[in-house]
Design a protein around this ligand. Structure first.
Ligand SMILES: CC(C)(COP(=O)(O)OP(=O)(O)OC[C@H]1O[C@@H](n2cnc3c(N)ncnc32)[C@H](O)[C@@H]1OP(=O)(O)O)[C@@H](O)C(=O)NCCC(=O)NCCS
Length: 164
């Protein structure tokens, strides 16, 4: 972990963090909308649905939700939301850590916050005995592509869509 990354505090999320997490998520969605306006279009109550999803993951035994609080503790610089996933029963590596969302607010990007969040998430997966972790990102998302490759993630599958 670089010195810039080590300076960021990362803690488990609690109920008070949920509105901040939802705000950060809207910034994540803003990055995706231009990549595919139709597939990333959200429903009118998307924020409420995501709020509930975050609350559930915070309380789920297999959930991993961590935040990097701002230095004044009045908000967050970013968050990571993950959980456990299962690959098909034919594979020897079956249970894997899943990173569903990572977002850092624009004002805090490129300062090591994202890397600190991922390091904290990976530590939690390891402590639970998992050996591998999965994340999905869009090749059209230049922020994510540079970030995940730098952190050692290598593509294994391509998730593809076409209109019917
Ligand atoms: C992707 C994201 C989480 C990265 O967070 P961050 O705090 O800015 O990342 P870090 O500062 O920890 O970056 C760590 C390394 O990743 C790479 N990286 C990060 N952002 C990058 C970018 N825009 N372009 C190229 N490489 C990048 C760099 O190698 C960087 O190290 P360096 O700054 O020393 O060169 C952030 O840009 C973000 O929230 N984006 C919008 C939401 C999103 O796309 N989330 C991922 C969806 S899967």
């Amino acid at each position: 972990m670089s010195p810039a990354t080590a300076q960021h505090r990362v803690v488990p999320a609690n109920a008070a963090d949920v509105p901040h997490i939802v705000r950060c998520w809207t910034e994540l969605i803003a990055v995706h909308a231009p990549i595919d306006a139709r597939l990333y279009a959200t429903v009118p109550d998307a924020e409420e649905r995501y709020r509930e999803h975050v609350r559930r993951q915070i309380n789920a035994p297999k959930g991993v939700v961590v935040v990097a609080p701002t230095d004044d503790d009045h908000g967050i610089k970013g968050y990571l939301l993950g959980g456990h996933g299962q690959r098909a029963g034919v594979y020897t590596v079956r249970d894997v850590g899943m990173i569903f969302d990572v977002a850092v607010s624009p004002a805090h990007r490129r300062q090591g916050v994202g890397e600190a969040l991922v390091a904290a998430g990976l530590r939690r997966f390891k402590l639970r005995g998992l050996t591998d972790v999965q994340v999905t990102w869009s090749p059209g998302n230049r922020l994510a592509d540079g970030f995940w490759r730098k952190l050692g993630f290598a593509p294994l599958l391509i998730e593809a869509y076409r209109p019917l």
